[in-house]
Design a protein around this ligand. Structure first.
Ligand code: AMP
Ligand code: MG
Length: 429
């Protein structure tokens, strides 16, 4: 049996960064930028006003105060998006709105609050200035955000909403990114029935296809659902054939020791098995190998195949530990690990068979410290224990267990914004 680290290392050694693709900027959220991005414009393009107020010459404000305002002649009004035809000279002012280009001649903007505008008629041709301003006050300089010619985003950047905004501010409608992997998902099991069907006696609904497909989506890849295969080689092979154009194949179930667990046999015949057990709980029977497929251009290639155990918790935990990093590597990401924190565990957990335990837990912060408590029964078929959890407590394989009060490592599945919700659900239970 190999360790979690060895398993991950082998899986990662079989996946490569995918090709680049140009996509509309809104489609590339969470993807990795494939090229350095330079700006061909200044942002903002012109000096403009940071305030609603009056564009004036700062020398005209010298000595101005509430008690003795300086009175200037208003010669124009300019809104954002327009350029005044007039020039500000000594003794004059142009009424200006936030974002409007600073008129010629003006070197500062007096905000409305520092004038007597509220005391005047709307169309007054005079304004009283009641504050002394230095040159440049309330002016946003051309190029102060982005300078023409500068490198703005580096290759390798993970695109977040802010980067999409930056791309838009440069006028780009598309970006070159590493494309999203397609992950084909095949459920196996004579007992499985798809959602929305009547449930005959002895059967269960196929939940794993959906939890795994949702994880694929959550981490930025594209699920390709291959449906349900029966517990025989022919059916599994036929199912897998539908996914040979994918970047990764995931089968669910059929990898344990039972008579009908045929996925390993299929993997051995149709490809190569790298390993099939990992020293972890849940998820010990986890097969990995490669299956021969074809690329879009028709050339032969090996597709990484992850054979998850069928228990609903096992397949989700296996996904987080192994499929997620592999998907991230294909997407060109560098940080493959989920965040891990230290927390005080509030339950004892026994480790009887020397495997690394990933226990479902609720992590909460109290008084500047994290606390983790188990979500209840830890059987790998109890999917609701996963739904209640926001973290996985790690019990190392070389420890006989942990005691309440021990400090443990916890892999965070979700962070704070969702934690409130977990707490509420927990209280209702
Ligand atoms: P297996 O790994 O095929 O031996 O399955 C282990 C357990 O997980 C069995 O109780 C299966 O019925 C259950 N199981 C397998 N696949 C699924 C699935 N797609 N959805 C829900 N439960 C499943
Ligand atoms: Mg099965």
């Amino acid at each position: 049996m190999i360790s979690v680290e060895q398993a991950l290392e082998q899986i990662l050694s079989h996946v490569d960064v995918l090709e680049e693709k140009e996509v509309p900027i809104l489609d590339c959220l969470g993807q990795v930028l494939a090229e350095d991005t330079y700006s061909s414009i200044n942002v903002p393009p012109l000096d403009n006003s940071a305030m609603d107020g009056y564009a004036v010459q700062s020398t005209d404000t010298q000595g101005a105060s509430r008690q003795s305002p300086r009175f200037l002649r208003v010669i124009d009004t300019v809104a954002a998006g327009y350029i005044s035809r007039y020039e500000v000279e000594l003794g004059t002012a142009i009424r200006i709105m936030t974002g409007a280009p600073v008129p010629k001649g003006a070197d500062c903007i007096v905000r409305f609050e520092d004038t007597d505008e509220t005391l005047r008629e709307k169309a007054s041709t005079e304004i009283g200035i009641s504050a002394e301003l230095k040159a440049s006050t309330n002016i946003r300089r051309a190029g102060e955000d982005i300078t023409k010619g500068a490198k703005i985003l580096s290759k390798g950047t993970v695109i977040r909403p802010a980067e999409i905004g930056v791309l838009a501010s440069l006028g780009h409608s598309r970006a070159r990114v590493i494309r999203r992997p397609v992950v084909a998902i095949l459920a196996t099991g004579d007992e499985l029935v798809d959602v929305n069907q009547p449930l005959p006696e002895g059967k269960i609904y196929n939940s794993n296809t959906y939890s795994v497909a949702a994880l694929v989506l959550r981490y930025g890849a594209i699920p390709k659902i291959l449906g349900i295969a029966l517990d025989n080689e022919g059916s599994v092979v036929a199912g897998l054939r539908q996914g040979l154009d994918a970047d990764m194949l995931i089968t669910i179930g059929g990898v344990s020791m039972g008579n009908y667990d045929v996925v390993k046999d299929v993997l051995a015949k149709e490809g190569k098995i790298a390993f099939w057990t990992v020293r972890m709980k849940p998820g010990k029977p986890l097969a990995f190998g490669t299956i021969k497929g074809t690329s879009k251009t028709g050339t032969a290639r090996d597709i990484p195949h992850l054979g998850f155990p069928g228990n609903p918790v096992s397949s989700m935990v296996s996904f987080e530990l192994f499929a997620r990093p592999a998907i991230f590597k294909m997407m060109g990401k560098k940080n493959l690990a989920k965040p891990t924190i230290e927390a005080v565990i509030e339950n004892a957990i026994m480790n009887r068979d020397g495997r690394r335990i990933f226990a479902r837990a609720i992590v909460e912060q109290r008084g500047g410290q994290y606390f983790a408590r188990l979500t209840g029964a830890q059987g790998s078929g109890i999917l609701t224990s996963m739904s209640l959890a926001n973290g996985l407590v790690i019990v190392p394989e070389d420890k006989a267990g942990v005691e309440a009060g021990d400090v443990v490592q916890v892999i965070m599945l979700d962070w704070n914004e969702e934690m409130v919700q977990f707490k509420n659900i927990r209280q209702e239970v």
